[in-house]
Design a protein. Sequence first.
Length: 668
Amino acid sequence: MISILTLFCDSKTYYLIKKLLLSLKITFIMKKSYFLIFLFSFSIAFAQKSQKDIDISKIEMKSASKLMNLAINPNTQNYNITYHKLEFTVNPAVYLITGKVTTTFTAINNMSTVTFDLANQLTVSSVKRGALNLTFAQNGNNELVITLPSIQVAGTSGSVEITYSGAPPVNGFRAFTTETRSNGSKTLYTLSEPFGARDWWPCKQDLNDKINSIDVFITAPSQYIAVSNGVEPEAPIVIGANKTTHFHHNYPIPAYLICMSVTDYVVYNQTAGTAPNTFPIINYIYPESFSSIQSDLNVTPQILDLYGNLFEIYPFHNEKYGHAQFGWGGGMEHTTVSFMVGFDRQLIAHEMAHQWFGDKITCGTWKDIWLNEGFATYLASMVIENFDGNDAFVNDKTNMVDYVTSQPAGAIYLTNSQATNVNRIFSNRLSYNKGAMVINMLRFKLGNTAFFQGMRDYLADTNLAYGYAVTTDLKSHLEATYGQSLTEFFNDWVYNQGFPSYNITAQNWGTGQVKITVNQTQSDPSVTYFEMPLPIRLYDANGATFDVVVNNTTNGEEFIVNVPFEIVGADFDINKELISTNNSVTLGKSNFEFENAISVYPNPVYNELHIQKPTNIEIEKVSLYNALGQLILESNATDLNLSTLSVGVHFVEIKTAQGTYHKKIIKK
């Protein structure tokens, strides 16, 4: 999901506007940190910024109107839903819904009642099983409790038909909305993430039970076009002043991704994929916007093909992909049809990415939300990489790293208490930007071959596909293709908090070698040491470069690397592969300089050998070897008595804090 306010301003301006709105006591509605900011004329000034210039990482602000202490409803955990027939009668000009929902479910335990989540404001008029009327009660706790005619035995299936109507609750989620556009046209749309499905239909609202398939029948005044998930198996049926449109979706889907929109759309058709695996793209656009939006939509097939080539073919290619324009300030990844306010390329890319990461495979708990939002953010960044080039990709990653490191703490995996806080679930800094950069670090650590194969295996896993995944599922697939444990990585970067700052020293170390020394501090004490391969670029006097990667696991670790030239400079992580900040890279004093500064005399030597050195060098040990490599003498003095040494060639090894140096002497 994405919001609109920062489409037109940077983060500082964002907060100034928010403060101004509050000071003026202008009422605004928040949903996942997106202000519905088509409020008044000064927003037009910010609209002068082209959407094509927008950085997706800076508009992914996610918060909501309040803390939601919503746990899985224990009263809905004794059954699994297999099918919904959803029949809705609506009119965009009237804030009201009349519905009939037929639900087929399988009992997990023996059941005498079945409970659905349903807002108190909606009134149920009847519940039936076949022709039999059932007893039911709305208990004032946003629940509908139905008494079954007999005990339903575990493992058996049954169906109930619920008829209801009413005006859905008006709250911070605005799951059901009617509005009048600036040209006077009436519009109705839904947006249920994360906890709003129950506001407009009786459902089982949690993350643990996808519905195997749905049929949606939308009856509305015939001048309107209706939109929902899946495909239209037949043409709409007009009866009198109303028209009923049928959509069928034959893939598992959670309640929060089921959607509906009704207004005077223009339909724009496209095609994606490569023959014989082509599929339709169906776009539903406000007529007053179509001429300005059509060219923006033309990137949609290209992004679908990119994701298909990198990962796998679009997961719902047997049905459709597309967009439906709506009035909420952002976008929402409803399965097979993303609801959008505008059509910036990065917004299209983000919501489309959710069809793989979020819709096909859904996070198994809100604690694992980064599996949805981190991947959608990173795939949108990969669109920049593939369409705009590496410099633009590096700039996008730089923006994400700067945002992540603007505060010292925070993990992408949530605690139990955080998973009830909508603001924290949809943290732009952590779930989105840090999640995306952790994925980038996995790609860098594993390499493209192992990373992309691991991701393809993850998406193809029959235990996860069109179902749910948790963080350990992703970890196991990446470990399988990488061939090594990723436990340390996930502990450092996923489960614990913060990020490192590096101090790196590079110095010439003998002919064709450079010594690299790495030191690190951590922003949060939850991580003792962030272990990670580190990319370093080395330069010679003519501007030539040589890239090395050192696998850093401890503080003060030293690496001797082979380099084709004497270095005069070094840079760290110029492609922004890692989450880190306040790094420093220094060029250590050349080993060659020390080599020349340390000398032995006289040479040849008769009795006394003297070691000459700079005052800032401390000798740790002097070892003397004969021509056969046998150790003859050890000392830490600078003056050695060699009067008893045999005549011939010998070697002196001088060990210092700056390195170890070797000198050849001749004994007379």
